[in-house]
Design a protein around this ligand. Structure first.
Ligand code: ADP
Ligand code: ZN
Ligand code: ZN
Length: 725
């Protein structure tokens, strides 16, 4: 028999390979998925066994043995999960150690970290019952604890109120043989019925349950308030009733106490929760509960995707279009794409839900790869909001707000209702725009608008790389009215406070809500329903329901209309639709005012007259013509350096050695947010019509890049299926 006694170990080092070690002597075998401590240079590192082999490239005499097998040799990651992670590092071309680490809670990435056992509960033995028959005597507290247990088993937490030394008391009772412990049996879900489904919901549920138990990717494409969550509940009920586990993924900002309360109330269980705001200990507990199968429902953000779940029966990914599902540094994976992959490998259903699906998912639905379910009616009969486009060329403005918008805000507040002012600030390229005539520069060689790089005083084309000096006066109307598009939330807050004294102005942006509890307090304030003003960024577009808000003003959408980022129009459509969906959800209809210098822009007209689906179809056609994703495939080679020319050198070298084939490279060009933290960021675009050709060429390309002398002066990384330029 050939023994496969060489272990392939993934280690937390930024290298594209794993490392070979011998099984330590005296141990018959080490299973895949087991944590091990290994010598590496003059350190010891925690790694995970990801494979076995009988041959190594390391000469036999120089192979080292594993120093210690951790967790008593119990594999923490199961075979299926290792297989998925293996696929991830091949596909995203990222260091295996990093990829594997993303499946472990931070505590377990260290050798000291221990897998917590199941929570115990305590019960009375026969001897304990006998003791209770006797008078308490002097051991009053002991007797009290015994009496508490007479009613039935209790968890540690339930005993903790009994006496100041309850742990010691408990030990004494156990030593006496009066009390014993055992792992707590998992709580059984207690399903409460939800509302009767409306026909569209019912049709979706019926069709999904008809194919239950097999892999299908569903796109649940339902307007805000159409009752998507209710549809998820029905599927979760089914899976939980079968004794299987469910994984629900939500965007960073979508994991709200309201959502958890809904799961708790409907399904009658406490969801395990994983997100980045937890303490290391909380995270470990939730992870261990999911891994052991104790937790029937795990709700989490992106990183929860890789949690081992032995009886996983369904994955739901809500707000699937949300950018936070793509990790933007390090291991740049798409949680949405991997969720579909994981479901396929486990042969279980996966549901992608959104009111504004991504073009990727819509094109998969249109081609029949995904099963497409539309919900076009609101479950509560709340009317959809009315739109109003304001031509800003004819308006006087105060800090970006038109007289008309200010008037509408005033009336809303006077009626005792709430208004929201939404600033679309993040993720778009800055453009230089004339406030007088609406001019903004376009490239002479491309059908593209120029991006304003303020620090360089230049306008750049992100398609061909053309650059020119930023003008002082408007080249069209000669007015001294050029301004970078975009206003600050803080400025807006101040001017609204002045304008509407006596009404509270609540600002929601990253700066304001950084303080602990601020977000919750402000939301509570809004929920009270008194007239007030909400001012904020993207944060307001997601997750929350503001039933008292009847007016939404979107300050400026023009950057999106002329952005160098080809995804900007898609995001704009999603954003407008999502923001509007926050408002007037019950009996009161909402109004949405869009301020723009380009009211006749065809994209805007299409979106407002025919809705998101028609708009998305048009965007897809545009992408098809340009060969852009999802009609084509992309990777970015990103590089950054303090000195921009070094990034440029490296990328030029890299472009020169790109292997021949049908995939092409374009660039280098500066990133849209070019300077961050004093570093210049640039990229090459790798683009082609064939996914496997792209991967083949990139796989040949990467090892050579590591050897380029210019690579040493920059930080670089490959980004597969990039979401941001
Ligand atoms: P979505 O997730 O699509 O935005 P939700 O599931 O949150 O929608 O539903 C919106 C509101 O409508 C919630 O208050 C929910 O309780 C309610 N709702 C959902 N389905 C129904 C139904 N069939 N009948 C009555 N109310 C419903
Ligand atoms: Zn002008
Ligand atoms: Zn150009």
């Amino acid at each position: 028999m050939v023994s496969t006694h060489i272990l392939q170990v993934a280690l937390p080092v930024p290298l594209p390979n794993f490392f070979d070690y011998l099984v330590p002597s005296g141990i018959p075998d080490v299973a895949e998925g087991t944590r091990v401590l290994v010598p590496f240079g003059n350190k010891k590192l925690v790694g995970v066994v990801v494979g076995k082999t009988s041959q190594s490239e390391v000469p036999a005499g120089r192979l080292l043995a594993v120093s210690e097998v951790l967790d008593g040799g119990e594999p923490l990651l199961d075979e299926k999960l290792i297989e998925l992670l293996r696929w991830c590092w091949m596909y995203y071309k990222h260091a295996p150690g990093d990829v594997i680490a993303s499946a472990l809670p931070p505590v377990l990435r260290k050798a000291k970290g221990k897998l917590p056992g199941p929570p115990l509960h305590y019960y009375l033995t026969a001897a304990g019952r006998e003791r209770l028959e006797q008078p308490p005597g002097r051991a009053r507290v002991q007797f009290e604890m015994l009496s508490a247990l007479a009613a039935g088993p209790q968890s540690g937490a339930m005993l903790s109120g009994i006496g100041s030394q309850w742990r010691k008391t408990r030990s004494t009772l156990i030593d006496q043989g009066w009390v014993e412990s055992e792992p707590m049996p998992p709580a059984r879900p207690q399903i409460s019925p939800g509302p009767d489904l409306i026909p569209e919901q019912q049709a979706a549920v019926d069709s999904m349950l008809a194919r239950h138990g097999k892999f299908t990717c569903y796109l649940l494409d339902g307007v805000t308030g159409s009752g998507k969550t209710e549809v998820y509940m029905h599927l979760l009920e089914k899976v939980l009733a079968e004794g299987r586990q469910a994984l629900v993924l939500v965007p960073e900002i979508g994991l709200t106490p309201q959502l958890l309360r809904r799961f708790r109330n409907r399904l009658g269980l406490e969801p395990a929760v994983i997100h980045s705001g937890l303490s290391a200990g909380e995270r470990l507990e939730a992870w261990a509960a999911a891994r052991s199968g104790r937790a029937a429902l795990l709700v989490g953000t992106r990183s929860a995707l890789f949690t081992p779940m032995p009886r996983l029966g369904i994955i739901v990914l809500d707000e699937e279009h949300d950018a936070s599902f793509k990790q933007q540094d390090g291991f740049r994976y798409s949680a949405r794409d991997i969720a579909v992959k994981r479901a396929a490998e486990l042969n279980i259903p996966v549901v992608l839900g959104s009111a504004t699906p991504s073009l990727e998912s819509l094109s998969n639905a249109a081609s029949g790869r995904y099963s497409w379910h539309r919900l076009r009616e609101r479950a509560t009969n709340a009317p959809l909001p009315a739109w109003r486009v304001l031509d800003m060329r004819q308006q006087a403005t105060v800090n970006g707000l038109s007289a008309t918008a200010l008037e509408a805000i005033g009336k809303t507040l006077d009626r005792g209702e709430q208004a929201m002012v939404f600033l679309n600030r993040r993720g778009y390229a800055p453009v230089l725009m004339c406030q007088q005539c609406g001019w903004n520069g376009s490239c002479e060689r491309c059908d593209a608008h120029l991006t304003w790089h303020r620090s360089m005083g230049r306008l750049c084309c992100h398609h061909c790389g053309a650059r020119r000096r930023a003008p002082e006066l408007c080249p069209e109307c000669r007015a001294d009215a050029l301004m970078g598009a975009g206003e600050g939330t803080q400025q807006l807050e101040e001017s609204l406070e002045k304008r509407f004294p006596g009404f509270q102005v609540l600002r929601f942006d990253r700066d304001r809500t950084r303080g602990k509890g601020v977000m919750g307090q402000q939301l509570e304030q809004v929920r009270k329903g008194e007239p007030c003003l909400l001012v904020g960024t993207q944060m307001l577009a997601k997750g929350h329901h503001f039933p008292g808000v009847t007016l939404v003003v979107i300050v400026n959408i023009d950057q999106a209309l002329y952005s160098a980022d080809y995804r900007a129009l898609e995001r704009m459509g999603q954003m407008i639709q999502q923001v509007a969906g926050r408002a007037g959800r019950m009996e009161k209809a909402g109004t949405v005012i869009l301020q723009t210098l380009h009211p006749e822009h065809p994209a805007l007209e299409l979106l407002l007259s025919q809705g998101y689906e028609a708009y998305a179809r048009w965007l897809l056609e545009e992408r098809q013509l340009a060969g852009l994703p999802p009609a084509g495939y992309q990777a970015l080679l990103r590089a950054e350096a303090h000195d921009r020319s070094q990034a440029e050198y490296f990328l030029n070298d890299a472009a020169r050695v790109f292997p021949p084939g049908e995939t092409r490279v374009y660039g280098p060009m500066p990133a849209i947010m070019e300077r961050i933290g004093g570093r210049s960021r640039m990229y090459l675009v790798v683009q082609g019509a064939n996914r496997s050709a792209l991967h083949r060429q990139v796989d040949i390309w990467l090892p050579g890049l590591r050897k380029l002398p210019s690579a040493r002066k920059v930080r670089w990384a490959i980004d597969i299926d990039p979401q941001e330029l």
